[in-house]
Write a protein that binds this ligand. Sequence first.
Ligand code: GRG
Length: 287
Amino acid sequence: MIVQDFLKLKSDKTVAALRDHLNDWKAAPDTLREAMEYSLFAGGKRLRPALVLGAAEMLSGDDSQALPAACAFEMIHTYSLIHDDLPAMDNDDMRRGKLSCHKVYGEATALLAGDTLLTMAFEVAAKSNDIRVVCELARAAGIEGMAGGQYLDLNSDGHTLDLKNLQLIHAMKTGALIQGALRSGAFLGGASEEQLFALTEYGKYIGLAFQIADDILNVVGDAQELGKPVGSDAGKAKMTYPALLGLGEARRCAQEAADKAKNALSVFGAQAALFSALADYIVTRSS
Ligand code: GRG
């Protein structure tokens, strides 16, 4: 199966399950639900749920037990995008090719839509009946993960960072959720210690490759394909891989990270062919 087909298959499953979860909350205020659905169903690659489902399937041959965790990771990711676009953070008007949530529903509703997705993600994750998944989600999204990384990133604008600090911010802000998604899929697929370690390493390196590729796309990407304007990082004097190392070296670092990710998969042999191709897709993607 090619990577695009894999992502589409896992995306379709996740979207259907997300709709079921939202329909369960019968007493939800209409406009708040609409704002959550606006961002949740605006498209996107659904990379994090695909990692949860793909890891569980690679290990156990079945991904159905991992569907609640896949939904929970996508809910957290969508909350982060809604909050990141707010004027107090990155102040972006466009996301996934549409107006940002706060541009349509106002700041207070967008803030609450994000808060609600964050909170309800834990109810959904709990449906996996595996406390390790709930802890993994909290750690990935929390102070040593995405929220902590976002704080460091916002407070580094305009300052010169060295490569070590830039990598730390990338690992926390973007890598932690990607790694947590893989580890959750690994738990649900019954991973051995060795398999869990291998998927954790794979997650570390695809997370880095993903963020470097994101930095590069912000310089040379196509706004139409990305669904958001390009050049915004330079406009905000953000420290990124291309800003620090130049485009050529940034591309080399992205490919090096993808190669390390692929090496980490050696314990799985041919079973990991899809995840291996996914590492290459992450650095060559155009959106
Ligand atoms: C608000 C706590 C809080 C955190 C926000 C993830 C994040 C932290 C901000 C998003 C801004 C950004 C551009 C981050 C870099 C990489 C990234 C997460 C890009 C968006 O993820 P994709 O490409 O998005 O997977 P889609 O739309 O495909 O789901």
